[in-house]
Design a protein around this ligand. Structure first.
Ligand code: UDX
Length: 436
């Protein structure tokens, strides 16, 4: 089969590489020539564990090009994996999907299957099919299949090769058969449905997980006041198989490229149909407050951050990624900077991207020790292994005032109780072994 993937971001590139790993010949199309050249050299434009190795292993089966028209001409199946970013009003921006659709319409030389992997509002697959079929130049038609992805950044390759389900939304049995041929070697259970349900499965899954996080964060906030411990509470809840133990980690809220935009897009869509999704709205509101929770906690110790040395460990929205989209650190940093703090930050992977946003305002470090040196307070925004495994006595050794505000519950309370410091985390008792 001749497979083409449009878009080489997290979804597109990972899909293409995993399809190649399972034996297909895949052409990756992108408008960004720099990215294409990089991939031709065997380098991944995104930081994703195992991806570059698989690109290398399957280099004979992977082709990269900016010549989309040519690629679409003889494709049997075209996957659309381009971004659907958030518009100002919260709705999904489908510009990039339509750009690809237009090119497909202008170039196909035979009837073609088009698979939408991008997260698109319910009803979009149908609209795109109508759009392409109304605009093809030589009478050929396409059939659109909805095939949402559920990969997480950092574990994208594993999540794709060992997905828990392959969702296929299609109108005809023939289309399902073609997709089963594509995914034949994956050995994963299918959920076969109509296109609207497939589109909804994606949004409903992401929004449910976001809701689960906001729920546990609210419970955590209450735990702090009533003297309960969120780690124990989450464990006790999670052992109930109806609840499950995943996505019950309390913290400073969800970020990333999916949950924030997908909650807003579904909420927007509900309102469009005159139905307010109150639970989703609550998840969004709780998350907005949660992202700046550490700053609120810090105000107990310092009314202003003016002239203070502030240490920051972790900048990415979660560990094992260099992605900063909707990272809670980006909500807190402007507040600290506006107050006039002197910030030293360390994130071995994401700080290169941070530098593009704050090239001079922040001092970037190369070690925990340098970051903590003479600090009046330390914020932990990401639960990287380098943080979780660090020697906690370094806080006392290097900081001027060892006040640590941990947004990701990286350390055990009993461990921190042995140190002469102040340690506050999320939903757990505060350690105050230091007078301020
Ligand atoms: C998510 C979905 O998991 C994935 O299925 C979908 O395809 C894309 O969106 P991703 O954004 O890569 O993936 O990361 P994920 O691991 O789900 O984490 C999202 C955010 O939630 C992160 O900021 C993370 O820190 C936060 N989170 C996650 C919590 O705060 N607590 C948890 O228990 C889990």
């Amino acid at each position: 089969m001749n497979l083409v993937v449009a878009g080489t971001g997290y979804v597109g590139l990972v899909t293409a590489v995993c399809l190649a790993e399972k034996g297909h010949k895949v052409t990756c199309v992108d408008v960004d020539e720099k990215k294409i050249n990089l991939m031709r050299e065997g380098k991944s434009p995104i930081y994703e564990e195992g991806l570059e190795e698989l690109m290398h292993k399957n280099k004979e089966k992977l082709h990269y090009t900016t010549e989309s028209g040519k690629a679409y001409q003889n494709a049997d199946v075209i996957f659309i994996g381009v971004g659907t970013p958030e518009k100002k009003d919260g709705s999904a921006n489908l510009k990039y999907v339509y750009d690809v659709a237009k090119e497909i319409a202008q170039n196909i030389q035979k009837d073609t299957y088009v698979v939408i992997k991008s997260t698109v509002p319910i009803g979009t697959n149908k609209k795109i099919e109508k759009y392409i079929n109304a605009n093809t130049t030589n009478g050929h038609t396409v059939e659109i299949i909805s095939n949402p992805e559920f990969l997480s950044q950092g574990t994208a390759v594993r999540d794709t090769l060992h997905a828990q389900r392959i969702v296929l939304g299609a109108n005809t049995e023939k289309a399902i058969q073609v997709m089963k041929q594509v995914y034949d070697q994956f050995g994963i259970e299918y959920v076969i449905t109509n296109r609207e349900s497939a589109e909804m499965i994606k949004y409903a899954s992401n929004d449910f997980l976001a809701l689960k996080i906001s729920y546990i964060n609210e419970i955590a906030n209450l735990c702090e006041v009533v003297g309960a411990d969120i780690t124990d509470v989450a464990k006790g809840m999670g052992l109930d198989s109806r609840i499950g133990n995943k996505f019950l980690n309390a913290g400073i809220g969800y970020g990333g490229s999916c949950f924030p935009k997908d909650t807003k897009a579904l909420h927007w869509l509900g309102n469009y149909y005159d139905y307010e999704l109150k639970t989703v709205k609550a998840a969004i509101e709780v998350n907005e407050n949660q992202k700046i929770k550490l700053i609120k906690k810090a105000r107990k110790y310092y009314e202003t951050f003016e002239g203070l040395n502030v240490a920051v460990l972790g900048l990415a929205f979660k560990p094992n990624t260099d992605d900063l989209r909707e990272a809670p650190s980006l909500d807190c940093m402007p507040i600290l900077l506006e107050d006039g703090a002197h910030i030293k930050a360390y994130d071995p992977v994401a700080q290169a991207n941070y530098k593009k946003i704050y090239p001079t305002e922040i001092e970037y470090c190369n070690s925990i020790e340098d970051t903590l040196k003479d600090a009046d307070i330390c914020f932990i925004f990401t639960e990287w292994d380098f943080v979780k495994n660090m020697d906690t006595s370094l806080f006392v050794k290097y900081m001027k005032k060892p006040i640590i505000l941990d947004g990701r519950n990286c350390f055990a309370i009993d461990k921190m109780e042995k140190e002469k410091l102040i340690y506050e985390s999320i939903g757990r008792k505060a350690v105050t072994n230091l007078s301020c």
